[in-house]
Design a protein around this ligand. Structure first.
Ligand SMILES: [Zn+2]
Length: 178
């Protein structure tokens, strides 16, 4: 391949990739504006040095297993168990490097109704670590904990930078931005 042809191939590749990410961004935006997508959760992690706030928004179907109002005793028990699992295991779902010495505390967990048919689980967690988190790696364990969560749209927001990724079935890791 000549240098010129190679350059053209590279340019095409870059342009095609840009087109693809635009298309994906458009899809994500539509999902956020309309009804939620069962199986897909969103997690926003705001990080400032040694502390972080984690916000999780997930369809109740993916966490509790249903979205109607929990009226029967069986449904109330099932919902309470699912919310307890969430409350006590966020450190297994957003996994910071063990050497940072991070501690998790839930601040708020609610089931929020979305019209007649849908409901979401909204959770907020406070994290405090012994060492600064910037530059460390984060892994995920949502699907392992709640098999109904297959995709998590993650936003990691540092003081000056932000990174995002669509994490499918807990695969991959993200670097904490500065
Ligand atoms: Zn729903």
């Amino acid at each position: 391949m000549t240098a010129r042809r190679y350059a053209l191939a590279v340019i095409c590749c870059v342009v095609c990739n840009v087109g693809l990410s635009w298309a994906e961004a458009g899809t994500t935006k539509r999902h956020q504006q309309g009804a939620h997508v069962h199986g897909a959760a969103a997690v926003n992690i705001a990080i400032d040095d040694r502390t972080a706030i984690i916000e999780l928004i997930a369809p109740a179907d993916s966490v509790v297993g249903f979205e109607h109002q929990a009226k029967s005793a069986a449904d109330q028990t099932r919902q309470a168990k699912a919310l307890d699992l969430l409350r006590n295991n966020m450190d297994r779902m957003v996994v910071f490097n063990a050497t940072l010495g991070c501690r998790f505390a839930p601040t708020k967990i609610d089931v929020v109704r979305q019209g007649e048919e849908h409901a979401e689980v909204h959770g907020t967690f406070a994290v405090s670590c012994q060492s600064p988190m910037a530059g460390s790696k984060v892994r995920f364990g949502f699907t392992r904990t709640f098999p109904g969560i297959e995709t998590v749209n993650v936003q990691l927001v540092g003081v000056t930078q932000q990174v995002g990724a669509s994490v499918k079935r807990d695969k991959g890791e993200l670097e904490v931005p500065r």
